[in-house]
Write a protein that binds this ligand. Structure first.
Ligand SMILES: Cc1cc2nc3c(=O)[nH]c(=O)nc-3n(C[C@H](O)[C@H](O)[C@H](O)COP(=O)(O)O)c2cc1C
Length: 153
């Protein structure tokens, strides 16, 4: 199985840590979003897309990058994020999942964990979620992608 992970991580590198750990587990290539446009996604069986959550959505640059992709009918994707307050039922993933489905992707799974957040008021006391993603978050991220890959058709 050939897999690719594409991420945006602009606040503290939180999502990059998760993306790289997932890539290590899957033996996947791991690229920042600016490299996605030039990438031929056809050879990949599974593609993961993730970023920090910004105002209840994935980062704008990741959402916009999906528009530049060719149709991906039937291709498997998974979605991940780090957030100050990861929402129940992956609510913050909705916008990205909608865009991916419009391109023809089938969503094979999703993952989210806490990430250090120093935005505005949170920065005044050293940040929310200090130390996250931590070892346990990384372990869960790797277990999550292992499960996703195992359940592919
Ligand atoms: C401008 C800004 C807006 C944010 N909006 C949200 C939000 O709506 N919900 C949330 O849970 N976290 C929010 N966060 C926290 C980030 O999602 C969190 O710190 C994330 O781990 C950052 O990932 P990164 O370091 O990979 O960019 C926000 C952070 C910033 C700087």
């Amino acid at each position: 199985m050939r897999s690719l992970i594409c991420y945006v991580s602009v606040h503290h590198g939180n999502t990059k840590k998760v993306a790289e750990a997932m890539a290590q587990e899957l033996g996947a290539e791991c690229i920042p979003v600016k490299e996605l446009k030039a990438k031929d996604i056809a050879p990949y069986d599974l593609i993961g897309f993730g970023s920090g959550i910004y105002f209840s959505k994935h980062h704008r640059s990741l959402l916009d990058a999906i528009d530049t992709l060719p149709p991906a009918t039937g291709k498997r994707a998974f979605v991940f994020s780090t957030a100050g307050f990861p929402a129940g039922k992956f609510m913050f993933h909705r916008a990205l999942k909608t865009k991916l489905r419009q391109k023809g992707f089938i969503i094979a799974g999703e993952f989210s964990c806490r990430g250090l957040d120093t935005y505005k008021i949170f920065g005044t006391f050293g940040g929310m979620n200090k130390g996250h993603p931590d070892e346990n978050d990384i372990k869960k991220a790797q277990e999550s992608v292992k499960g996703i890959a195992k359940n592919l058709p």
